[in-house]
Design a protein around this ligand. Structure first.
Ligand SMILES: Cc1cc2nc3c(=O)[nH]c(=O)nc-3n(C[C@H](O)[C@H](O)[C@H](O)COP(=O)(O)O)c2cc1C
Length: 167
């Protein structure tokens, strides 16, 4: 049986929610990482993924400028990085200069990978769709990477950006 409730209450049942860090270079060549929960695989052949980015975020400028982005799956040890990248704006801060986080160059796009992530996907921007107060960016995956060590993914496990492994 179901009871009608407010959207804000029903949507709190979504946890655990996956966390990704998307990275795109801005017009000055600065790589800007942003933490995102709103993401999904949208095609298998070709492989494609989507990310939802709020219209006010600096990442919009970086992604529309470079027309490509990395999607990294952070490991459960990367909660501090995810919180830092998800609470500062690249408009005011060079996030990689201010928070120690190992990177590697991407292979097929002009971006970087997160060396300690579980996996990294290099995406070429194929389309962008305004979706209410966010823009949904869709990218085709042109190169994929996995950590050589076994690692657990990072999730948001409860409201207020409570981060941790899913179980
Ligand atoms: C766990 C977590 C999940 C987040 N999910 C999203 C998201 O899905 N979409 C979004 O636009 N912002 C999301 N944010 C907020 C942005 O990461 C944050 O506002 C960031 O500072 C924007 O950076 P930018 O201005 O450099 O783009 C999330 C933050 C955290 C900590």
């Amino acid at each position: 049986m179901q009871k009608q409730v407010e959207y804000a209450d029903a949507v709190k049942t979504k946890y655990p929610e996956q966390v990704v860090i998307a990275i795109a270079k801005d017009k000055n060549g600065k790589a800007n990482p942003v933490t995102l929960g709103w993401t999904m695989i949208v095609s298998g052949k070709p492989p494609m993924m989507a990310i939802g980015v709020a219209s006010k975020h600096y990442s919009i400028e970086a992604i529309t400028h470079s027309k490509c982005f990395t999607i990294a799956f952070p490991s459960s040890e990367m909660a501090d990085a995810a919180l830092f990248f998800g609470s500062r704006s690249g408009r005011n801060v060079d996030k990689f200069a201010e928070f120690e986080c190992r990177t590697e160059p991407a292979k097929a796009i002009d971006s970087v990978l997160l060396a300690d992530a579980v996996a990294n996907f290099e995406c070429r921007l194929t389309s962008q769709v305004p979706t209410g107060d966010h823009i949904t960016f869709i990218g085709e995956i042109v190169c994929s990477h996995m950590n050589t060590e076994p690692k657990k993914r990072l999730y948001t496990v409860g409201p207020g950006h409570k981060l941790g492994p899913a179980s």
